[in-house]
Write a protein that binds this ligand. Structure first.
Ligand code: HEC
Ligand code: HEC
Length: 343
């Protein structure tokens, strides 16, 4: 990986320059780096063999927004991952794919993915580079075979030009497809919320926000840990189990993993409703009430939650005020992450 620069400010500058160019006229040699915010840990993804370039990012962004990736040209990645909502699918318990088919899980927000050791609510995918294989081939999502998709993309002149500038060849193949999407996905870094500016010493939090922060650290941070607001573990947080979806057990085949799901980041959580792997709760109030009164005890319920989390109504409100400081408008409204098709 090339030059980790301390200041995230630079990324916006590069992005804005990139944005003004015609997509097919990206200048070569304009260096482009993945930047680790100064208050973040080192990322998990190491960019070995897939250094980010401006050209690769632009190719990945186009793929992300291109409905032609789906069987009937109606669904793009962005259909279920909407930028203004931190790339989640607001208001939908489960998302709609080709021909109006519905999936079974709630579409997660997409950001800070370079720090994720694994993907999906059950961690069923362990590498970001192969991540797009799942939505592309899923019957309920895009329903394409990789082979058909590669042939389809190869007939589109606009892609051969982008490929030429990103990878020095006009031909699409699985690897270039995965690399380009990975470049786009890894640059979706959300690190400019009010809370981040507080950590950097640039703004103060209000008394209520600080009290909420304290409550959060006492009650929630054991799982929603650190600056990324997740420890990436799989836990059963006491939801009533759905026999159709055993979570992590589906992958590990270990009954001790029954009902365990990946701890999601709570950055931008004000925007990523509804909540949980199946979108069962519509509001943050409902989520916190679940932790207060709704814990369902089974053999795998997390030990820290067996007695619920006792919080008053006032404390609940303060927690939500704190969670609101994690909303990153700079990220959600960064035009460089926007739709290059201009729809
Ligand atoms: C029809 C809706 C839909 C489409 C289209 C879609 N996704 Fe998703 N995405 C989801 C859902 C639902 C999940 C969670 C699935 C699960 O956990 O089983 C998900 C999970 C993910 C994750 C894992 C995030 C995490 O934190 O674990 C990534 C990354 C992702 N999608 C990227 C993409 C990309 C790239 C595309 C296009 C190639 C795409 N998605 C297309 C709905 C969709
Ligand atoms: C024992 C670990 C643990 C603790 C403690 C915990 N959570 Fe969670 N949290 C989880 C897990 C696991 C999920 C995902 C569960 C699922 O979808 O099945 C989750 C999901 C959530 C979600 C939904 C996010 C989304 O994108 O759908 C919110 C909001 C949330 N927790 C807030 C909190 C708050 C606030 C507290 C403290 C009052 C808290 N959590 C305490 C483990 C925990």
């Amino acid at each position: 990986m090339r030059g980790i620069v301390e200041s995230i400010g630079i990324i916006t500058l590069l992005f804005l320059t990139a944005c003004k160019k015609e997509l097919t006229e990206v200048p070569g040699g304009n260096e482009y780096s993945f930047l680790v915010p100064s208050h973040f840990p080192e990322p998990y993804y190491q960019f070995e063999n897939n250094e980010v370039s401006q050209e690769g990012f632009i190719l990945g962004r186009k793929l992300f927004y291109d409905k032609r990736l789906s069987l009937d040209n109606t669904v793009s990645c962005a259909s279920c991952h909407i930028r203004e909502y931190a790339f989640s699918d607001p208001g939908k318990k489960v998302s709609t794919g080709v021909e109006g088919r519905v999936g079974v899980r709630n579409s997660p927000a997409l950001f800070n993915l370079a720090w994720n050791p694994s993907f999906m609510w059950d961690g069923g995918i362990n590498h970001i580079e192969i991540m797009p294989l799942a939505p592309v081939t899923d019957h309920n999502e895009m329903d394409m075979s990789m082979q058909d998709l590669m042939s389809k993309l190869d007939t589109l002149e606009e892609y051969s030009l982008l490929l030429q500038s990103a990878f020095g060849t006009r031909e699409m193949n699985d690897q270039r497809f995965f690399y380009a999407l990975t470049q786009f996905l890894t640059l979706l870094v959300s690190s400019e919320s009010k809370y981040d500016r507080f950590l950097e010493g640039k703004v103060q939090l209000t008394d209520e926000e600080l009290e909420g922060k304290h409550l959060f650290e006492q009650n929630c941070a054991v799982c929603h840990a650190g600056v990324l607001f997740t420890d990436y573990s799989y836990r059963n947080n006491g939801l009533l189990l759905d026999p159709e979806d055993n979570g992590r057990e589906r992958i590990s085949l270990n009954p001790e993993d029954r009902g365990k799901f990946k701890v999601p980041s709570l950055r931008n959580s004000v925007l990523t409703y509804p909540y949980m792997h199946d979108g069962r709760f519509e509001t943050l109030e409902e989520v916190i009430d679940h932790y207060r009164f709704g814990i369902n005890l089974t053999a795998t319920t997390d030990p820290t939650l067996v007695n619920g989390i006792p919080l008053s109504e006032e404390e609940k409100a303060k927690l939500i005020i704190f969670l609101s400081t994690l909303t990153d408008a700079e990220f959600c409204y960064n035009p460089v992450f926007g739709n290059p098709f201009g729809e």
